[in-house]
Design a protein around this ligand. Structure first.
Ligand code: ATP
Length: 255
């Protein structure tokens, strides 16, 4: 989709979110909106707070201050309830269950749905998105390649049938050709009705996939706009788009 989404309904809304780890302030009042049907990216360099934002939405770290809403309702602070409210996460570093098989990992993703009979259809859906996983249903997840583990992490998150899929660095450590495949599937997942919030150091790739983007810098959102605007912005080019994956390392202040 290419429209900016402004005429659509807000699905996920983060307002003035603060998170600290002891004395370390990781998020200092972050706000964002994700409209239904969009792909939205949050870009930022190492330590900007991207994973913390994902973890806080999922209820995996304590939200010190602020409010998160999903389809108008306050998002619970308990992770299993967050999933039941329609939000799931493919975490940074995949975090597949290595001693479980591919199929067992996928079924774990559907666990919060209990005995929902539609789980079997969704398993087929995930296999249609990632046929490689179907070929490897009995293989231990720990023995998969990095790309296959990333597919499994996304597939596991999809097994809860989220309305909003959170993706934390899906390109991390993968070869460009594999990243291309995975991002192609993300587009398809979105076109099949799943709204996506993506955090990435790989800013160019992320912005090329998304409708809109936000720039997170040391716990603060410093910029937002359509992906086209951000890709064309000279400061963002210099700070995040210069050197591909490592571009974040040369970050200079945008404010
Ligand atoms: P990266 O892309 O490198 O993962 P990030 O943008 O995801 O970075 P976070 O991992 O959210 O950033 O970290 C934000 C800040 O919070 C950093 O200063 C980091 O050192 C700190 N931090 C993250 N997790 C913890 C923790 N468990 N305990 C203490 N500080 C933490």
């Amino acid at each position: 989709m290419k429209e900016t989404g402004s005429e659509k309904k807000v699905l996920l809304e983060v307002n003035d979110l603060h998170v600290s780890y002891g004395a370390i302030r990781a998020l200092s009042g972050v706000s964002l909106k994700v409209f239904e049907g969009e792909i939205v990216s949050v870009i930022g360099s190492n330590g900007a707070g991207k994973s913390t934002l994902m973890s806080a939405i999922m209820g995996m770290v304590r939200r010190e201050k602020g409010e998160i809403r999903m389809d108008g309702a306050v998002l619970d602070a308990r992770s299993y309830r967050v999933v039941q409210q329609g939000v799931s996460l493919s975490p940074e570093g995949r975090k597949v269950f290595a001693p479980l098989t591919v199929l067992e990992n996928l079924r774990m993703g559907a666990f919060p749905r209990g005995k929902d009979p539609r789980v079997e259809d969704d398993l087929e859906w995930v296999f249609s998105l990632f046929p490689r996983l179907r070929e490897r249903t009995g293989q231990y997840a720990g023995t998969l390649s990095g790309g296959e583990q990333q597919m499994l992490a996304i597939g596991r998150a999809l097994m809860s049938r989220p309305r909003v899929l959170l993706l934390d660095e899906p390109s991390l450590g993968l070869a460009p050709i594999i990243i291309k495949d995975i991002f192609k599937e993300l587009r398809r997942i979105n076109s099949e009705g799943v709204t996506i919030l993506l955090v990435e150091q790989n800013a160019r790739q992320a912005l090329l996939l998304s409708n809109r983007g936000y720039v997170l810098q040391t716990g603060l959102m410093v910029q937002e706009g359509s992906s086209e605007e951000l890709l064309a912005n000279a400061d963002i080019k210099a700070a995040y788009l210069g050197g591909g994956r490592g571009g974040g390392k040369t970050t200079r202040a945008l404010t």
